[in-house]
Write a protein of this length. Structure first.
Length: 184
């Protein structure tokens, strides 16, 4: 008899395989066609933001949201604005998001460099922290120079991650399948 947790997972092995296959398909798309994948991701986030904005507006008039009406309206309008921009022009929106990412990477890199200098007497290997800061600044500058290319690179990394995740899910699902067969 299979232990309870494996018994339940064994019956749902096909879900892991399905998630794995979907992740692999997305990963292949992201690696083979990063522009399309970037546009698709931003478009999907746009749809989610529009839905969130509409739901927030509905909640504003139907129940207490827990926040002031002003903050709730601001959030709803910001969600709707981002969503509409992302759906209408996903690549420009991706470029704008990449610029925000670039700014964050530069600030994070400077922070790491300053941190490494301040703790240099307390820890060994602080140069690795400083190096990660320098690399973050350089990457941030590159994203700022070519934001759309930066968004594509980020999509490629997400695609590679999705491929790895997908293969792991498929393998796990196939391995769990045996527990679904032996379940009583």
């Amino acid at each position: 008899m299979t232990p309870f947790p494996l018994n339940g997972l064994g019956r749902a092995w096909w879900l892991l395989v399905l998630y794995g296959v979907l992740a692999v398909l997305f990963g292949v798309l992201a690696v083979a066609r990063p522009v399309a994948a970037t546009a698709g991701l931003v478009w999907a986030f746009g749809i989610l933001a529009i839905a969130e904005g509409i739901a927030t507006l509905v909640a504003l008039f139907t129940r207490d949201t827990g926040l002031s009406k002003g903050w709730t309206v601001l959030y709803a309008l910001a969600s709707l604005a981002f969503g509409v921009l992302a759906v209408i022009d996903p690549l420009s929106t991706a470029g704008a998001l990449a610029i925000l990412l670039a700014a964050w990477m530069m600030v994070a890199g400077i922070y790491r460099i300053v941190f490494a200098v301040r703790v240099r007497r307390l820890i060994r290997g602080e140069w690795l922290i400083a190096l990660s800061g320098v690399l973050s600044v350089v990457l941030g500058v590159l994203f700022a120079i070519a934001p759309l290319a930066g968004a594509m690179v980020a999509t490629l990394w997400v695609g590679i991650g999705a491929l790895i995740y997908g293969v792991i899910q498929i393998v796990a699902g196939v391995k769990l399948r045996k527990f679904g067969r032996t379940a009583v």
